[in-house]
Design a protein around this ligand. Structure first.
Ligand code: AMP
Ligand code: MG
Length: 434
């Protein structure tokens, strides 16, 4: 477990008032360690394994395929027949091999076996000539010896997965193909990491929950819903702690409760410079928390560190803490580009880099060098297969509709200045993200 001193040392190299996104990501990466205790592992059946993180390598207990079999519908024969030098081969059909119904005797030197895809290659045979390259008359076939090479159209035992070799590695997030693959090995149960538990709440006296009436100056809390949705997509357990008023006692209660019950605590709002000093004071009394101004837009203010549930920092249960900014778009941008990787790492997953596509900017965009900007974009694929992207309308960090309108983030790197139409830009598609 990292200590307060280590935290300060880790954070001290950076200027908290102008932290580049990459530096923030680095620090978070160092702090987001997978939980390694045995108690964090459980065994689940195949259906329940989808989307979970494998806790152990899966070693193949069998060869897949388990036997040499045909890759085509055609005729199996011994390739020696090809080396006799004749330009055409004439073979007699000795029988038929079907998938699940093998032909068990070796055919003679001038014989072959009618074979269907997936059927066991009969003894003595090593090659399959596809049926469309053959002329058949009664029980005889003829084909050009140039039609096929020795060993062709045969799937070898263990070619897909070899017995004793790892089929899937620990840290993998189980996908559809993996479920099929596990089934193909006859495995019905796997060891996975227990789901991470993430507690979250919103802060702000102005916030109302859905179902309440808005009074002048109040607004509905949307962050708890976007956070819930983004967390669900990462397959973590969520604890919604509601709206917390802007006062020390309420915040302290929420933070303690969250730290008692979760591996990670995420709040939104209340971390900008203007916010009451009690936030800062309180977080420092409950743990090691650094307040950053990240050189990113949206998402400049952010608090990050470790909280403890005990009387003092270093006592009781601990949880990683992310204090996200209040603005709804900033919550989403900081979640995807700062928090996401930490949650995956703590879940035991190997790194899952976001898919980045190179696109052409359809129009000019103002961009200030010295910060990373995550603009909302609409990307389309041109007839020639290139992606081009336009920004959605107003890019204010409170304009949540820009996220619903967009289908990607346009990532404008730290050092970059204004963008001209026709420039290359990186986009991160929302598909699979949102
Ligand atoms: P803050 O970071 O607390 O200063 O909040 C910045 C802006 O985001 C303010 O305009 C807040 O009203 C707004 N905001 C904060 N939390 C939420 C929330 N949960 N849902 C919607 N808007 C919010
Ligand atoms: Mg606030």
């Amino acid at each position: 477990m990292t200590t307060s001193k280590e935290f300060s040392a880790c954070v001290a190299h950076y200027d908290p008032d102008a932290l580049p996104v990459a530096a923030a990501q680095d620090i978070v990466r160092q702090w987001a360690m997978p939980r390694t205790r045995d108690a964090q592992i459980e065994r689940v059946g195949l259906h329940d394994a989808l989307g979970r993180v494998l806790a152990e390598d899966v070693i193949s207990p069998i060869d897949v395929p388990a036997f040499d079999n045909s890759a085509m519908d055609g005729y199996a024969f011994a390739s020696e027949a090809l080396s006799r030098g004749a330009s055409a081969l004439d073979l007699a059909v000795a029988g038929t091999a079907l998938a699940g119904r093998p032909f068990t005797t070796a055919p003679g030197a001038n014989q072959c076996v009618r074979i269907m895809t997936g059927a066991l290659i009969p003894p003595g045979c090593d090659t399959v000539v596809p049926q469309e390259l053959v002329t058949r008359e009664g029980d005889a076939i003829r084909f050009s010896s140039a039609a096929v090479r020795a060993g062709q159209n045969r799937r070898l035992a263990g070619e897909d997965l070899a017995k004793g070799k790892p089929a899937l590695l620990a840290g993998r997030i189980v996908r559809a193909s993996d479920l099929g693959l596990l089934a193909s090995l006859g495995i019905g149960e796997v060891a996975v990491h227990k789901r991470l538990t993430v507690a979250f709440f919103s802060t702000g006296d102005e916030l109302r929950s859905v179902g309440e009436t808005l009074s002048p100056g109040s607004l509905y809390d949307s962050n708890r819903y976007t956070l819930f949705a983004m967390l669900k997509r990462l397959d973590v357990e969520t604890i919604d702690l509601g709206i917390v008023r802007d006062d020390r006692a309420s915040l302290e209660k929420a933070l303690r409760q969250a730290t008692e019950s979760a591996d990670v605590v995420i709040s939104s709002g209340g971390v900008s410079v203007g916010d009451a000093d009690f936030t800062r004071e309180l977080m420092n009394s409950l743990g090691d928390v650094a307040f950053w101004k990240i050189a990113m837009r949206p998402g400049r203010p952010l608090a990050f560190g470790r909280l403890w549930s005990g009387e003092r920092a270093g006592t009781g249960r601990s949880a990683l803490f992310f204090g996200l900014p209040g603005n709804p778009v900033a919550v989403m941008a900081t979640f995807y580009f700062i928090v996401r990787e930490a949650l995956l790492a703590m879940s035991g997953a190997t790194r899952q880099p976001l898919a980045v596509i190179r696109a052409t900017a359809a129009g000019p965009t103002k961009k200030r060098a010295g910060r990373t900007e995550f603009q909302r974009g609409i990307a389309t694929r041109d007839d020639d297969g290139r992606w081009s992207v336009v920004t959605t309308g107003p890019q204010g960090s409170g304009v949540l509709s820009s996220m619903s309108e967009a289908n990607c983030f346009i990532v404008l790197e730290h050092a970059r200045g204004d963008i001209d139409a026709g420039d290359d830009v990186d986009i991160v598609p929302f598909d699979g993200l949102i």
